[in-house]
Write a protein that binds this ligand. Structure first.
Ligand SMILES: NC(=O)c1ccc[n+]([C@@H]2O[C@H](COP(=O)([O-])OP(=O)(O)OC[C@H]3O[C@@H](n4cnc5c(N)ncnc54)[C@H](OP(=O)(O)O)[C@@H]3O)[C@@H](O)[C@H]2O)c1
Length: 200
């Protein structure tokens, strides 16, 4: 799959490396294309770097890995996303009556939005462990898009958990608050994850 990653920070760089290592074609897109080029060289596995616009043009699947506070401006600047899948992993800890996913949907033009990875701490993504990393909760209104994201979740070393439509995104906002709370009660190493499994 061709994956365009918007944002070369902790989430974008680590997710991109996982997918490039798994055999996907990855292009990092940055406000500063030189930064994306440097990152692609560090990542290897054929990863490329460019501008955010180049990454969107390149991609079948776009990953929005920017701070929530920057998301509206970034999405407006990108314009029409051509019906492509947009994975968004943002968290808005100030949200009250509207979820970050609903906001992203309203700002993204012509994209099939799937929320995923918002409960995964970046040190887990950046670790050397390639599989058995626990659950990634997914919400979205397009079943085919969710199935594609499910494949990418597996390729990144996790188990996808279909958590419903975008109307269910508030569960993911609650779960991220819970895991941040649990992490605070432990050693703060941000290396814990949920793992949903059948036990009987
Ligand atoms: N870190 C985590 O553990 C974690 C876990 C779950 C979800 N998330 C969510 O994932 C998203 C990315 O988090 P992150 O930890 O990867 O953040 P980060 O390390 O700060 O990186 C964010 C990247 O976004 C890009 N960006 C574009 N516009 C920006 C702006 N106005 N200000 C700052 N950066 C801008 C930058 O890349 P360029 O300079 O290349 O454009 C930057 O490197 C956030 O929405 C966060 O809530 C994070």
């Amino acid at each position: 799959m061709k994956i365009g990653i918007i944002g070369t920070g902790r989430m974008g760089s680590a997710l991109g490396k996982r997918w490039a290592r798994a055999g996907h074609e990855v292009m990092f897109g940055s406000r500063t294309p030189e930064k994306a080029h440097t990152l692609s060289e560090q990542v290897g596995f054929g990863a490329q770097g460019g501008s955010t616009e180049q990454a969107v043009l390149f991609a079948d699947v776009i990953v929005l890995a920017v701070p929530f506070r920057a998301a509206q401006e970034v999405l407006y600047a990108l314009g029409d996303l051509g019906g492509k899948i947009l994975i968004e992993c943002t968290n808005d800890f100030n949200a009250d009556d509207i979820t970050s996913a609903e906001n992203i949907v309203s700002w993204a033009c012509n994209a099939r939005v799937v929320k995923a990875f918002n409960t995964i701490f970046d040190p887990i993504l950046a670790s050397d462990k390639l599989s058995d990393l626990g659950s990634v909760f997914i919400v979205g209104d397009d079943d085919a898009a969710k199935a594609t994201v499910g494949t990418l979740v597996r390729d990144a070393g996790f188990e996808p958990v279909d958590t419903g439509g975008l109307a269910d995104a508030h569960y993911l906002d609650t779960l991220v608050r819970l895991i941040v709370h649990l992490n605070g009660g432990l050693d703060g190493k941000r290396n814990i994850n949920f793992h949903i499994r059948r036990v009987v």
